[in-house]
Design a protein around this ligand. Sequence first.
Ligand code: FO1
Length: 326
Amino acid sequence: MSDSDFKYTVLSGGVGGAKLVLGLHKILAPEQLSVVVNTGDDFEHLGLPICPDIDTLIYTLAGTVNPTTGWGLNNESWYFMEALKQLGGATWFSLGDRDLATHIRRRDLLVKGQTLSEATLTLLREFHVHTPIIPMSNTPVRTKIKTNSETLDFQDYFVRLKAEPAVTEIIYAGNDQAAGSPDALAALQANKLGAIILTPSNPWLSIDPILSLSDIKSTITNSTVPVVGISPIVSGKAIKGPTAKLMRELGMDVSAYSIAEHYKGILDGLIIDQQDADQCDAIRALGLQVSTTNTIMNSLDDKKALAEFTLAFARQIHTGNMDSSS
Ligand code: FO1
């Protein structure tokens, strides 16, 4: 079991990151875990503030997420979408009837003056989730996808266009004016912090928006606690989502090594899948510590096992007694 004294702060996007967050949530006490979540996917849709990664994490920890998609609520009905379609409304972004209540409630809280962090705390309380899910900023930062011909809003690219356009550049609009949220910065500097953990979310689409906030990035790079990550690429393939396609379009090899290169300067250690053990030496040559295990999370036991492994890896780095064969 993990040391019950330490706290852990995690950076996460949506579906992929939420798997590890659930594993950590199951093995740690609520006061030991804080999650700083990407808001670059957020957008205003049908007049509603949609925050996909925040909601994926809330629903996952509440045990009500749709297990098939990893987003939205389980046991949904779709009367609103059917009625909207009849009225000629935009239906490319599916909003279930129960999920709709979350967006309307959040809008109500924001209109009444709550920050995104405060509104998220309210929703956490109403979903009986005790682990803090903290927006990376209370100021909008929007991930934009550049292609040869246009600049797309994130959900247009990811959902409406099914991530098919070839990406030439990714920008995080507003990051130079936005400050990290006070709760996120506090969680990254908490005392008794045992590690900062980067989940195996898509680095470019889910983690980099968080790191694009200069105060968050400098807090992490100046931190004395181990910063560990998990590669989302296993033997040349992304476990889910467009990560591999995106890496090819950005001119990178689709490998755990490329993930290590991307996070050089941020991570002290990277966990890669045992199928990629042949890349350990090259990754160590980059100056990162590396360890291998099964990183594919299908069952809850997989998620808990990877969570335990991550905490143990961080402890090894912290005590400096890395076992060179790991
Ligand atoms: N993803 C889809 O692929 N199609 C959808 O219609 C869709 C609707 C949706 C509604 C609410 C929500 O919180 C998330 C939703 N997502 C949908 C997922 C979302 O686009 C992605 O999970 C994140 O933006 C990427 O991490």
